[in-house]
Design a protein around this ligand. Structure first.
Ligand SMILES: Cc1ncc(COP(=O)(O)O)c(C=O)c1O
Length: 310
C-alpha cells in the first residue's frame, strides 16, 4: 500500500474478528455504525522490553477497562478476555516486536443505521506497532509547554468519562488541535465547573510543598492506569498523594511542578502553562523521582503482577 503512515510502515498483520489478516485487508464497511455515531470503545496499552524480555504492562487492568467501557454502550465483546490476551501476545510475536503500543478496539459494525445500534454486530480488532515517546524524547527530559484549552471536557453526566469511547475523542481532538495551532505541545482541559480535568490523552499531577495532587474521578477524568501506577509509586517512595483533588486554573500557574501521565505520554513534565513558567521551567525533582521510578519499573519488570511476559 502506498502512502502508509510511517508509524505503521513495518506492520504486517492485524487481528480482526478472530483472524490474523494482512495489514491491507483489515478493512470495514463505510456504513459501519461506529463510523457514523462513534459507538466504539478502545484501549491503549504498552508492551515494554524488560530485562526478562517483552512484557505487556498492566494488561489485566486495561482489559478490564476495555470490557467496562463496552458495558456502558451494551457493546458485548464477543471474545473472552483470554482469547484477546492470546491473540495480542501472538500478534506481538508475529510482528517480532520487543516493545510496542497495543490498540484493542471494539465497535458496532455494519448493520442498519440509526442511533440505536440494535443488533448491529460487534467487531473487534487488535493492532500493534512500535511507538516511542508520545510527546517526544526531549519532552520527557525538558518538559512541555501547554495551554489551557478553550474547549471544556464534557461532564460525566453527559457522557461517562470513565469509559474510553471513540466518539468522545472529538473533544480531545479539538483541544489538541487548538494547542498545536497556537504553538503548544499539548492542552489542559477544564471541566464543566471550570476546574482542571486532565489533558486530551493524559491525566495531570501537581506538586506543591512536596505533596502530590491529582484530579479526582469526579472531576470528569478517565481513571488512567498510568495515573494509578504513579500514585502507587509515589506512595511507595513516601510521598503524600491527594488523589481526589480539585485543582483550579490559577493553582496550575503557582504549582511547584506539574506533570502528565498516560500510556502514550508515560510521565511527561510540564514546564509552562499559558506561558507561565512552572517551577524552574524544567523537570522538577518530584517529577524526576516519579518518572525515574516509572521507567525503572518498566525496564526492570520488577513488579511481576503488573507485567505479562510473552
Ligand atoms: C482522556 C484521557 N485521560 C487520561 C489518559 C491516561 O490513561 P492511561 O494512563 O490509562 O493510558 C488517557 C489515555 O488513555 C486519555 O485518553
Amino acid at each position: 500500500m502506498s502512502g502508509r503512515p510511517e508509524m505503521f510502515e513495518g506492520v504486517d498483520e492485524i487481528w480482526l474478528d478472530g483472524e490474523f489478516v494482512d495489514f491491507e485487508d483489515a478493512q470495514i464497511h463505510v456504513l459501519t455504525h461506529a463510523l457514523h455515531y462513534g459507538t466504539g470503545v478502545f484501549e491503549g496499552v504498552r508492551c515494554y522490553e524488560t530485562e526478562e524480555g517483552p512484557a505487556i504492562f498492566r494488561w489485566e487492568e486495561h482489559l478490564d477497562r476495555f470490557y467496562d467501557s463496552g458495558r456502558v454502550y451494551d457493546i458485548d465483546i464477543p471474545f473472552e478476555k483470554s482469547e484477546l490476551t492470546e491473540a495480542t501476545e501472538e500478534l506481538i510475536r508475529r510482528e517480532e516486536l520487543d516493545s510496542c503500543y497495543i490498540r484493542p478496539i471494539a465497535f458496532y459494525g455494519y448493520g442498519p443505521l440509526g442511533l440505536n445500534p440494535g443488533n448491529s454486530p460487534v467487531q473487534v480488532a487488535l493492532a500493534v506497532w512500535p511507538w516511542g515517546a508520545y510527546l517526544g524524547d526531549e519532552a520527557l527530559e525538558e518538559g512541555v509547554d501547554v495551554a489551557v484549552s478553550s474547549w471544556r471536557k464534557y461532564a460525566s453526566s453527559q457522557i461517562p468519562t470513565n469509559a474510553k469511547t471513540t466518539g468522545t475523542y472529538v473533544n480531545s481532538v479539538l483541544a489538541s488541535q487548538e494547542a498545536k495551532a497556537n504553538g503548544y505541545a499539548e492542552a489542559i482541559v477544564l471541566n464543566k465547573e471550570g476546574n482542571v480535568a486532565e489533558g486530551p490523552g493524559e491525566n495531570i499531577f501537581l506538586v506543591r510543598d512536596g505533596e502530590i495532587y491529582t484530579t479526582g474521578l469526579a472531576e470528569s477524568i478517565l481513571d488512567g492506569i498510568t495515573r494509578q501506577t504513579a500514585i502507587e509509586l509515589a506512595e511507595d517512595m513516601g510521598y503524600v498523594v491527594h488523589d481526589d483533588a480539585t485543582i483550579s486554573r490559577g493553582e496550575l500557574y503557582t504549582a511547584d511542578e506539574l506533570f502528565f501521565t498516560g500510556t502514550a505520554a508515560e510521565v511527561t513534565p510540564i514546564r509552562s502553562v499559558d506561558d507561565n513558567q512552572i517551577g524552574s521551567g524544567t523537570k522538577g525533582p518530584v517529577t524526576d523521582d516519579i518518572q525515574t521510578a516509572f521507567f525503572d519499573l518498566v525496564e526492570s519488570g520488577d513488579r511481576e503482577e503488573w507485567f505479562r511476559y510473552l
